[in-house]
Design a protein around this ligand. Structure first.
Ligand SMILES: Nc1nc2c(c(=O)[nH]1)N[C@H]1C(S)=C(S)[C@@H](COP(=O)(O)O)O[C@H]1N2
Ligand SMILES: [Mo]
Length: 325
């Protein structure tokens, strides 16, 4: 039986034939498929009732920037060192508490300046897109970073399906609000006003690097990483990459965003990674690349636009990035 544990999977096996498995296939199961070959008849039989909607994630060639050959951050770090305040503010809280989240059924409501508003089951959305693997750097505003092999599709593919009107200049995202399952939303001391909200300008949202992710390391997203579907905008600070999305709105005006609402002087709408603009309370010139330890801090210099400047700098031509931080 060629079913493997995540820790056994070499990244070389993941690209180019990673397998995306519907979230149901993993319910109560530690079985991970390491590649197309891993899903032989035995694997199918093993979880027969659960195995549905199997899709192959074909790594496609694309514009430069979809892949990096930097060392991947190990799965265990990616899935245990998280920011997901809905499950607590400690880095280990989401991994501890997010099992309570029900991710099936799941749907996304589309609203606003768009020809095809409505509530779409996640399966329907996924049936109309091609999943692929992208290896991106993720740089948190707190000055730590990771390299993650995501599975997902370009947000642009979803936007085109929904047919925004000419008035749609921005796009807003909303995370699930379900205090029964999200411990942090029940906290009376929470400073965040839930649901967590984020947004992008339409040209940023349409950029080929902007990813809707449903998996990492060739398996479904762990709940703590934003299951069943989250945004990944690799040239922006991590807080823009909103998790567990249930609503997308197309808007004429710039939408409010959670961290900006909380502290506008520290977190702007744009939040492009920028080593030249320090956070008021710490430097942004360098970052701690995970895994990072006391004796191996693994500190590296932070790149403008998190190293994606060649692809995205032109989106901001003529803008003062100190003002629009
Ligand atoms: N809904 C929601 N989305 C969120 C957050 C959050 O607290 N709630 N944290 C953000 C921050 S600050 C970061 S750095 C990334 C972390 O993603 P990861 O845990 O998958 O590394 O998620 C972002 N998305
Ligand atoms: Mo972050």
């Amino acid at each position: 039986m060629l079913i493997k544990k995540t820790s056994d999977i070499a990244s070389s096996e993941i690209t180019p034939e990673s397998v995306y498995l519907n979230r149901r296939q993993f319910m109560g199961s530690s079985l991970i498929a390491g590649g197309a070959m891993a899903l032989g008849t035995a694997g199918m039989a093993h979880a027969e009732q659960e195995l549905k909607a199997l899709q192959y994630a074909k790594a496609k060639q694309g514009p430069e920037g979809f892949y990096t050959d930097e060392t991947l951050t190990p799965y265990d770090d990616v899935a245990s060192y998280n920011n997901f305040y809905e499950f607590g503010t400690g880095k280990g809280d989401p991994a501890k508490n997010a099992h309570a989240l029900t991710t099936d059924p799941w749907s996304i409501t589309i609203e606003g300046e768009v020809e095809k508003p409505g509530t779409y089951p996640l399966e329907d959305i996924l049936s109309k897109v091609d999943l692929e693997e992208r290896i991106y750097r993720l740089r948190c505003v707190e000055a730590w970073s990771m390299v993650v092999p995501w599975i997902g599709f370009s947000l642009a593919d979803l936007i085109k399906q929904m047919q925004p009107t000419s008035k749609a200049k921005y796009i807003a995202f909303e995370t699930l609000y379900r205090p029964k399952e999200m411990k942090g939303q029940r906290s009376r001391t929470s400073t965040i006003d839930y649901p967590y909200v984020e947004g992008l300008r339409m040209d940023e949202a349409m950029h080929p690097l902007t990813l809707m992710s449903v998996g990492l390391y060739g398996k479904v997203l762990p709940n703590q990483n934003g299951a069943p579907i989250r945004l990944v905008v690799p040239w922006k600070y991590g807080f823009k990459s909103i998790k567990s999305i249930v609503k997308i709105k197309f808007l004429e005006k710039e939408p409010p965003t959670t961290w900006n609402l909380l502290q506008a002087s520290e977190y702007g709408f744009y939040a492009n990674v920028n080593p030249d603009v320090d956070h008021p309370r710490w430097s942004q010139k360098s970052e701690r690349r995970l895994p990072s330890g006391l004796f191996s801090p693994n500190r590296i210099l932070t790149e403008p636009f998190n190293g994606y400047g060649e692809q995205v700098a032109s989106l901001y031509t003529g803008m003062d990035l100190r003002k629009y931080y």
